[in-house]
Design a protein around this ligand. Structure first.
Ligand code: ADP
Length: 485
């Protein structure tokens, strides 16, 4: 039986109300697979953002004062609604973002898993009592919510990147104003509709969609009521937000760009390595910050790896995300396509060879064929920049030391992967790599239970896991005196 898909709001969500922008301005959202406009969304500016911040400030006292168990129950209700509505939310996500429906559904469930995780963590925000040097007093440490938080999220995971911020913030007792990416505001608004339905109180979670990111970002970073900003996106914008947040000394969490090495040692299980590489590279058409960006392969197995990898890539089904069986969708927009084309062209000019792909795909104007480049060297742009497209550059190496050197030769430090069957090497290389996350014989590392985050110019702070709550908590020390008589 064909069920009518649920429809979700397109206005901003401020203080528990769905509002148009004060000027009535709206912006269009289109489906990257077809170019068709699918929605027109309230276009917020600094005024609406300020109203949302003030609503979040007003709501934060009662929210923080609620027993953790109550906050936890509300987060669980929100989780249940995301799961119940996951088919509709996935269809919406695919329509605005382009990823295959199965991946979109996986993302919604992954987003819900952060609510699940932090609903439980909310009840475990422990303090400490520390013996004092004086018998007259005790040192007491409690953890309190930071206050009003801002979230600025990217288009590549429009549901999950938001959920892992808001789940932790609300669990800690903070309130939030979220600004989704202009290409994909609909999933954030749909998540807010579920929050409302779950009974999250007015003002606790607000969403201000906009086509004017700099204006809204300016308000979020300069308003003194915002005590913390959590950003996922490019290193360039992250640096700007850090600078802008300096004047009001905000706490910051930054999940920025990556340039993930994927090392295949000569002793690796090649079947496992290629399977890991396929999901790491071509999930979301290569548009994730933890995607394998440089495939660093021992020279003695290079030909074998190239052959087997090519075979698998040749079998990938490229097409619109809502086409059953589709595995690689479109790129998000023209700029993304232009960047992918530039990186492939400059690599070829510098001596790389195309093993497969290397061109646009006829599924639609924003599709790029899954591509493998051979004979890539570490100094090419395709190896130095974050590709964010379905292009896999293969780089050869001779020694373990050389592989680590190539892997670390980047200002980024988000995720790294390597495959080996040698236990000693597994520990040596995992400890040596200058990255926040390392997959050893695994091509995907993300889960709500694990700390996600990078080092160097990939950012600061961790999301998910028990550590993820710390980013939304302040430590307060209280000296309890007058104990002796
Ligand atoms: P990408 O290059 O992948 O689109 P961006 O860093 O540009 O990554 O985008 C991530 C998020 O940052 C999006 O929500 C986008 O709207 C937002 N953004 C971009 N520029 C600014 C800015 N000047 N101030 C605040 N947010 C911004």
């Amino acid at each position: 039986m064909n069920r009518r898909a649920r429809s979700y709001p397109t206005d901003a969500f401020v203080d528990g109300e769905w509002i148009a922008s004060a000027t009535g301005r709206r912006f269009e959202v289109s489906n990257p697979a077809t170019g068709k406009v699918i929605a027109s969304v309230a276009d917020c500016g600094a005024d609406e953002t300020r109203a949302a911040i003030e609503a979040a400030e007003k709501a934060r006292y009662a929210w923080a004062a609620r027993p953790a168990g109550e906050r936890s129950k509300l987060l669980e209700r929100w989780r249940d609604l995301l799961i119940q509505q996951s088919d509709d939310l996935a269809a919406l996500l695919t329509a605005e973002m382009g990823k295959p429906l199965a991946e979109a559904k996986g993302e919604v469930l992954y987003g819900a898993s952060y609510l699940d995780w932090f609903a439980a963590e909310a009840k475990r925000i422990y303090g400490d009592i520390i013996p004092s040097a004086s018998p007259n007093n005790r040192i007491v440490v409690i953890k309190q919510p930071v206050g009003v938080c801002a979230a600025i999220t990217p288009w590549n995971f429009p549901n999950a990147m938001l959920m892992r911020k808001v789940a932790a913030a609300l669990a800690a007792g903070c309130t939030m104003v979220a600004k989704p990416a202009e290409d994909t505001p609909l999933s954030a608004l749909a998540a807010a509709a579920c929050a409302e339905e779950a009974g999250i109180p007015a003002g606790v979670f607000n969403v201000v969609p906009t086509s004017r990111a700099a204006e809204v970002g300016g308000e979020l970073t300069s308003n003194p009521l915002i005590r913390k900003i959590s950003f996922t996106g490019s290193t360039e914008v992250g640096k700007l937000l850090l600078r802008q947040s300096a004047d009001t000394v905000k706490k910051v969490s930054m999940e920025l760009g990556g340039n993930a090495p994927f090392i295949i040692f000569e002793d690796a299980d090649l079947d496992a390595a290629i399977n890991g590489l396929m999901v790491s590279k071509y999930r979301n058409a290569g548009q994730t910050c933890v995607c394998a960006n440089r495939i660093i392969v021992h020279n003695s197995v290079m030909d074998e790896v190239a052959l087997r990898f090519r075979e698998q890539v040749a079998g990938l089904r490229v097409g619109p995300g809502d086409l059953p069986g589709s595995e690689v969708g479109p790129l998000i927009n023209e700029e993304a396509l232009a960047k992918t084309k530039r990186l492939v062209t400059t690599a070829i000019e510098a001596g790389a060879e195309i093993l497969i792909g290397g061109r646009c795909h006829d599924a639609g104007p924003l599709f790029y064929a899954p591509t493998i480049l051979k004979s890539v060297s570490a100094d090419m742009d395709v190896a130095r920049e974050e590709i964010f497209g379905p292009v896999a550059p293969l780089i050869g190496f001779q020694s373990e030391e050389e592989a680590i050197g190539v892997a670390d030769e980047t200002p980024f430090g988000l995720a790294a992967y390597f495959y080996t069957k040698d236990l000693g090497r597994a520990w040596r290389v995992a400890e040596a790599l200058d990255y926040g996350m390392v997959g050893v014989n695994e091509g995907i590392v993300s889960s709500a239970a694990a700390p996600f985050g990078g080092v160097k110019q990939s950012g600061m702070g961790r999301e998910g896991s028990r550590y993820g709550l710390d980013d939304y908590l302040e430590i307060k020390y209280m000296l309890m005196g007058g104990l002796t008589i």
